[in-house]
Design a protein around this ligand. Structure first.
Ligand code: ADP
Ligand code: ZN
Length: 430
């Protein structure tokens, strides 16, 4: 079979809107009757559940932001009592309390289905051996991939993240055909294999499903070339279920599981909807979940929604690669810059490795940026002059493409911390 769930993956727009409308109506009623936070927010807008009759009414509904989750930590936004929960995950929450992600048994089934759709679209089949190198635990990545792979029925090697030498050994000895990991960890594995003298391109590995952090097309191509595989993408967030919100198909486009998670793109300043095809901030409404469905959740992720026929045959709306989180946006000399834009240029120059960090600091009143990056081996072999030339080349590329002056320093090999999960790209010294 070509699709995991043909009915929903190829549904025509009119039917999809009808389906989404029904689910939204149910969810709004569910929340109004069970969650004080949403009842209050709707009452303040003079809204009753009956005012929401179709998905087009979504714009009337209140927003949910990350702080609402913190203020209601851990379970005040939960619509079911604890004894009806089947699972609780939590996101790292870089500062303060984590964000909780509770699931009912049915929410778990939906998640597994969304992840099975993802992996199936990316070519995972029952006869595959899947090495799951996402962190297994409270983080939704590891178990989300596990559940999807279990639905498909492939053989799972739950290697978890870390112990990279052993990851390489397992790839060799168990002969995984699929790898699940963050893009930066896939790169760490590739690099370690190279230094161990193992050529992953000669192993049975053929696909990777990467996600949980922003990465560029250039980075994807780098991983593909070094491992001799096809690298696919999964996107998601704890607040909506974890991975499985959107997935890349064989055409490389990211389809949103919009029958479960309804996406909107809004202007981050005015919070008004922008026309399809316009960049803005992604908001999601969980229209089928029951433990803690959120209305119009502000992700802070910047992207564009596109509804265009995809050659894979799926009609699910597509989103462009995430440019970054609005929190990670830097303003350098008055220009907005995302780490991912710098990453493309680092790889574009052809002299550097995708191992970098961006140091942001104050120079007088202004924010300044220094790009610290490791170069390709041949650059180091060329001595100080080759290194200086590589630095100049990247500096010039950033100046001519983004229009900002930055410092560039090629650090000695091995200076940048190797990622085992989500890479930390920005060091803020302001
Ligand atoms: P945390 O907020 O602790 O990082 P999550 O694991 O829930 O917790 O992270 C979700 C976020 O990770 C998303 O909102 C997005 O910013 C990022 N993310 C996940 N998948 C991708 C992807 N494929 N591309 C870009 N960013 C991603
Ligand atoms: Zn497609």
């Amino acid at each position: 079979m070509q699709y995991w769930n043909e009915q929903y993956e190829t549904m025509n727009l009119e039917e999809m809107r009808k389906f989404q409308s029904g689910k939204l109506v149910e969810t709004v009623k569910w929340l109004y009757e069970r969650v004080g936070f949403y009842k209050k927010a709707m009452d303040e807008k003079g809204l009753k559940p009956g005012d929401i009759t179709s998905i087009d009414d979504i714009a009337k509904l209140p927003f949910t932001v990350k702080n609402d989750l913190r203020d209601n930590y851990p379970f005040d936004l939960c619509a079911v009592p604890m004894e009806e929960l089947d699972r609780v995950h939590a996101s790292s929450g870089t500062t303060g309390k984590p964000i909780t992600g509770p699931y009912t048994l049915d929410d778990m089934k939906q998640w597994s289905q969304c992840m099975a759709r993802t992996l199936w679209a990316q070519g995972v089949r029952p006869n595959d051996i899947a090495q799951n190198a996402y962190g297994m635990g409270l983080f939704t990545g590891g178990l989300g991939f596990l559940h999807g792979a279990m639905e498909i029925g492939c053989c799972i090697v739950p290697s978890g993240s870390g112990m990279t030498d052993r990851q390489v050994m397992l790839l060799q000895d168990f002969g995984a055909t699929a790898l699940f990991s963050t893009p930066s960890y896939a790169l760490t594995i590739a690099e370690r294999a190279e230094s161990m003298g193992v050529d992953i391109r000669k192993l049975p590995l053929r696909i990777a499903s990467c996600g949980a952090e922003p990465w560029t097309v250039e980075m994807r191509k780098d991983i593909e070339a070094r491992m001799g595989i096809r690298a696919h993408e999964a996107y998601g967030l704890t607040e909506m279920m974890g991975p499985g919100v959107s997935f890349s198909c064989e055409e490389g486009r990211l389809h949103v599981n919009e029958d479960h998670i309804f996406p909107e793109i809004l202007d981050p300043e005015t919070l008004e909807p922008v026309p399809l095809g316009t960049q803005g901030e992604l908001f999601f409404t969980a229209i089928q979940r029951r433990a803690m469905p959120l209305l119009r959740y502000r992700t802070r992720d910047i992207t564009t929604l596109v509804r265009k026929k995809c050659d894979c045959g799926r009609t699910l709306v597509t989103m462009e690669k995430i440019l970054g989180r609005s929190d990670d946006m830097l303003i350098i000399s008055g220009v907005n810059v995302f780490p991912s834009q710098i990453e493309s240029l680092i790889l574009d120059v052809g002299l550097m490795e995708p191992l970098y960090q961006l140091r942001v600091f104050k120079k007088g009143y202004l924010d300044s940026l220094k790009v610290e990056v490791e170069a390709k081996r041949e650059v180091y072999d060329g001595g100080p002059e080759a290194i200086a030339n590589a630095e100049k080349a990247l500096k010039a590329k950033i100046q001519s493409t983004i229009g900002i002056g930055v410092g560039v320093e090629v650090l000695p090999l091995g200076s940048i911390a190797r990622s085992e999960g989500k890479a930390k790209r920005v060091i803020d010294e302001r």
